[in-house]
Design a protein around this ligand. Structure first.
Ligand SMILES: Cc1cc2nc3c(=O)[nH]c(=O)nc-3n(C[C@H](O)[C@H](O)[C@H](O)COP(=O)(O)OP(=O)(O)OC[C@H]3O[C@@H](n4cnc5c(N)ncnc54)[C@H](O)[C@@H]3O)c2cc1C
Length: 637
């Protein structure tokens, strides 16, 4: 299959307007004839479900949590970008577009990114109208702060709880539709299969996580907004229930998986502090607005920070990148922290940390100002580490945070399966090889509030969709396959827990396909993952039954998918013999240890096609055309 991104013609600035005009419309009276399944209730899923229901479609909305309000989006701390130029510091739609393309190391589509920058301004208006309590400046206008990779202040925020506030807005819109009967809500359901009829996505199979029963649902189109797969690494900043299952099972049914190796490592997380830890905590990137990152100039210096005089400190980001300083993008900041630690300059007990210091900011602005900006983040840090960041610098280290890879989608957000749309972190679009801060929320909401409501209409209006019910054979087949897998997992009765094996997989991925990779380590990882997968199917112990609440079974299914998907991540990394964004191949770097792209051979999206169990997937590529920005070596100096 040739990948057709369906990018509209005409000048970049007019593509989206033109496309909206050219898309077929569903007559308002006919919208109620269409049923749409939305899987996921994070910012992408909730905004999509609410908006499509408001338009008149009948929506069924599913999530794993006991309420849509607990989707992982709630964890987002720092903020959401928009090119409003309220700060009058030179921002524009074009600058946001340019920063995002450059920040993603020129591995995203121009047309998508321009549309995202355009829609960013509408998102803020929409959310303000919903009542989101964004921070305000002294004159009552919305306040802004800066995030990595940008020299302008364009990030709108609600203290350190932006995701929570935005999700409450989307949730309110969703609940309005639930009350009106246009959205039917299905919490505590896990999608375990996509059902395809005559080549089109026509339904899903879910497990009711309370009763254990399998349930099937049919629709005219399916929308996946199931988030990212950072938890393949076991330790990450993601919520514990984030997984790859829905996307991976759709991949097995024919949806191509794009750029699976593009994992974002975030530089400001609380360092790992124990073997049995299950999660890492992010300290928002917004902290690097005021906090200064440093280590001692002397390797092996174990003095407490307050005993290291100013002259012996190395503010290495400010020294190396004078234009951006501590606000360099995440991949650059993460790599530099690792480099300092590799040189023996890491701080703390393990030596795998650097300082993020607020002493100067407190001296300059006063403790009250810093508390007003970041108070809840400081409190969270103190609760976890027992140290007061107003008095002692925070210790931070990079951790897995976000996944730029995801199911391949065209400009309409449709996957390679007709009628299967993918939104938010679950798709691959817009961020290239590295996501700039505060742009995931922007993308999820652009997809949900402003793109899918139009593009799904174009699909429904222009496609023949005969009635399909859940008594169709395709649903029965799906049930048989999913039941067989659950029974197999329950019958192994081995001696290892699901978590133990997941942790082992995570360590392989982190060590060999993490912050930096090389061909040799990737080959090694491939072998180790295959061996671990074979052991999983012999040694895992999944107690209980499938006809009941069984969290071990839930986890086992997700880890089984991670064990296959981890191999795809490594294969993808092996295939890309260049460094770009967060994908850092040690063999491809400049003299200054910056990522060295190979545009001649890799200026494309990798999209993988499933070819069968234990068989090599097929690689397809979508060339990336840059007509409006010039491909150049990224520099933040
Ligand atoms: C700690 C943290 C802080 C962050 N801070 C920021 C920030 O400041 N700014 C920013 O722009 N981005 C931030 N991000 C990134 C951003 O929060 C996420 O990328 C974004 O919220 C993802 O939204 P989503 O709607 O795509 O997915 P999610 O919010 O992850 O929602 C996924 C939904 O899918 C459901 N689901 C998943 N699998 C299944 C299945 N098999 N069956 C049924 N349902 C399923 C879940 O139940 C959930 O409802 C942060 C991320 C983290 C981890």
């Amino acid at each position: 299959m040739t990948l057709d991104a369906k990018i509209p013609g005409g000048p970049l600035t007019e593509k989206w307007d033109r496309h909206q005009f050219e898309l077929k419309l569903v007559n308002p009276a006919n919208k109620k004839k269409f049923d749409i399944i939305v899987v996921g209730t994070g910012l992408a899923g909730a905004s999509a479900a609410a908006t499509m229901a408001e338009l008149g479609y009948n929506v069924k909305n599913f999530c794993i949590q006991d309420t849509p309000r607990r989707a992982h989006s709630i964890a987002a701390q720092g903020g959401i970008n928009a090119a409003k130029n309220y700060a009058n510091d030179g921002d524009s739609v074009w600058r946001l577009f340019y920063d995002t393309i450059k920040g993603g190391d020129f591995r995203s589509r121009e047309a998508n990114v321009y549309r995202l920058a355009q829609l960013s301004t509408q998102i803020i208006d929409h959310c303000v109208a919903q009542g989101i309590p964004f921070a305000r400046d002294y004159g009552g206008l919305l306040d802004n702060r800066s995030f990595g990779g940008a020299q302008v202040s364009r990030t709108f925020y609600a203290k350190g709880q932006t995701g929570q506030q935005l999700l409450l807005g989307a949730y309110s819109a969703l609940m309005r539709q639930v009350a009106k009967g246009k959205v039917e809500m299905f919490p505590r359901r896990e999608m375990l299969d996509l059902v395809i009829v005559d080549g089109k996505a026509r339904g899903i199979l879910v497990r009711n996580l309370i009763t254990g029963k399998l349930e099937t649902y049919a629709a005219h189109a399916v929308v996946l907004a199931t988030g990212g797969y950072g938890n393949a690494y076991f330790l990450s900043t993601n919520a514990m229930s984030c997984n790859v299952t829905a996307a991976y099972r759709a991949y097995k049914k024919g949806a191509y998986f794009a750029n699976p190796c593009f994992t974002q490592i975030h530089p400001t997380c609380i360092p790992v502090h124990g073997t049995y830890q299950s999660k890492l905590t992010l300290m928002s990137e917004s902290l690097r607005n005021d906090g200064r990152v440093w280590v001692s100039r002397q390797p092996g210096d174990k003095r407490p920070p307050n005993q290291i005089p100013e002259s012996e400190r190395d503010y290495y980001l400010e020294r190396k990148y004078p234009s951006f300083g501590n606000l360099v993008p995440r991949d650059v900041a993460s790599r530099n922290a690792k480099e300092q630690c590799d040189q023996g300059k890491g701080v703390g007990e393990t030596g795998l940390a650097v300082y993020l210091d607020f002493a100067d900011a407190i001296k300059r602005d006063g403790k009250d100002v810093i508390e007003a900006r970041y108070g809840n983040l400081f409190q969270m840090y103190e609760k976890i580490t027992g140290e007061n960041p107003y008095e002692t610098p925070m210790q931070i280290y990079p951790a897995v945070h976000y996944t730029m890879g995801g199911l391949w989608v065209d400009y309409n957000l449709m996957s390679t399966i007709d009628g299967l749309f993918v939104l938010g972190e679950a798709n691959f679009s817009d961020h290239g090889a590295n996501r700039l801060g505060a742009s995931a929320l922007m993308q999820g909401l652009a997809d949900g509030y402003f793109i899918i409501p139009y593009t799904i209409g174009g699909y429904l209006a222009g496609t023949e969709l005969p009635e399909v019910k859940t008594d169709h054979d395709a649903f029965a087949k799906s049930k048989t396959d999913v039941t067989a897998q659950a029974e197999k997992l329950l019958s192994i009765n081995g001696h290892r827990t699901v978590d133990e094996i997941h942790r082992e997989l995570g360590m392989i991925l982190w060590d060999y396909c993490g912050m930096s990779r090389d061909m040799e380590s990737l080959e090694k990882a491939l072998k180790m993952i295959r061996e671990l997968r074979a052991r999983f199917w012999k040694e895992v112990n999944v107690p209980g039954s499938s006809e009941d609440l069984n969290q071990s079974l839930e986890k086992a299914g997700r880890v089984a998918d991670f064990l296959e998907f981890g191999e795809l991540m490594v294969l993808d990394a092996l295939n890309r013999e260049e460094s770009c964004g967060c994908h850092f191949n040690l063999a491809c770097q400049t003299e200054d240890h910056e990522a060295l792209r190979d545009d001649e051979n890799y200026c494309h999206v990798n999209a993988w096609e499933f070819k069968g169990k234990e068989q090599a997937p097929a690689l397809h590529t979508e060339p990336l055309m840059f007509e409006n920005v010039e491909l150049s070596q990224r520099s933040y100096k």
